[in-house]
Ligand binder design. Structure first.
Ligand code: HEC
Length: 306
């Protein structure tokens, strides 16, 4: 079937198959690489942010609360109000709120997802509670990450355990009567108590938008396929022109020439300038024509005795 096709059709079929094979390989390999890259990109962003939030917590705990506020007001009270800025969790949330108010970070999220929280807004939802439970079941687990679908799009999350490593945390998180009176006044007695030393009470979670990064990866892949297609089209045009002018057109001329020579309507030699394979063939057919003429002449001169 393929053998009976014209040279031009054959060439284009071969080009098309090569193109499809390359697009297929490109689809498999490149999409894999781009997917991995996109994943790494969102993960890097999330890692930087979670480390930053941990640093904010440490700074508040050490520099703000221990070294400053506690010395100024041991009861953590100012004008009868609990000094919220003394709480690491509070400052971390506030710092992140500031970041979120910038447009390019508006879809980034930070949460100290906790099973029994002091501030109701920190309560872990079902998805987050599962992450916290996993940390509680496997105390050696230091990090969990993955994707999470929300109505706004695909989010990449990274979570680390929030563990009570310090006795000082229990002043405010063991029983309401140990906590500063002003804290109870502000937050009530319901949540954030009964925590124990070394207990994992929640998960520190950063969520960064992943949809855009993945859309960019897909766009990049389409671009690569587009560039490949353009390259193939240009190559196909050049090869088709070459095939036409260097091979098909001289061969068509040669077949017309040989038909005319064989019917005796033409006596001229076959003209082909380039010294390529067709040129060699042209020289051969011209020699063949001469030999044929000589043989015919001999036959004509001596018809009885061939
Ligand atoms: C002075 C009292 C106080 C101390 C000390 C304290 N916390 Fe808190 N903690 C709070 C308050 C109040 C909140 C709620 C803050 C807010 O409004 O977001 C809170 C919030 C948290 C949260 C977020 C979940 C929640 O309960 O809302 C975590 C996690 C947490 N604290 C862990 C710790 C750890 C770990 C330590 C010790 C390093 C510590 N806390 C020390 C008072 C305290």
């Amino acid at each position: 079937m393929f053998q009976n096709l014209k040279l031009g059709v054959k060439l284009n079929l071969i080009l098309l198959s090569v193109f499809l094979i390359i697009v297929l390989i490109n689809g498999l390999l490149l999409s894999n690489i781009l997917q991995k890259n996109a994943e790494q990109e969102v993960k890097d962003k999330a890692l930087v942010l979670i480390e930053t939030m941990t640093s904010v917590r440490e700074y508040t705990s050490r520099n703000v609360t221990q070294n400053t506020i506690k010395k100024l007001s041991p009861e953590l009270e100012l004008d009868g109000q609990f000094i919220k800025t003394s709480v690491p969790a509070y400052s971390a949330n506030e710092v992140f709120n500031n970041l979120q108010s910038r447009e390019q970070y508006s879809d980034f999220f930070y949460k100290e997802a906790t099973l029994n929280p002091t501030a109701p807004g920190d309560r872990a939802d079902k998805f987050e509670a599962e992450i916290v439970e996993r940390f509680r079941d496997q105390p050696d687990l230091q990090e969990q990450f993955g994707f999470r679908k929300v109505p706004a799009g695909n989010l990449f999350y990274i979570a680390r355990p929030l563990q009570i490593k310090n006795e000082s945390c229990l002043v405010c998180h063991s029983t309401p009567d140990r906590a500063p009176a002003s804290q109870i006044k502000t937050y009530g007695k319901e949540g954030g108590f009964g925590w124990e030393l070394n207990e994992i009470v929640g998960a520190q979670m950063i969520q960064v938008p992943a949809s855009k990064v993945f859309a960019e990866a897909r766009r990049l892949q389409l671009l690569v396929i587009g560039i490949l297609a353009a390259g193939f089209i240009i190559a196909a045009i050049i090869l088709n022109l070459f095939l036409k002018f260097s091979i098909i057109s001289p061969l068509t001329k040669m077949s017309k020439w040989s038909r005319d020579v064989s019917t005796g309507t033409l006596d001229a030699d076959f003209e082909h300038k380039p010294n390529d394979e067709i040129g060699v063939l042209a020289a051969s057919v011209n020699r063949l024509k001469v030999s044929l003429e000589m043989a015919m002449n001999m036959l004509k001169q001596n018809p009885e005795n061939p």
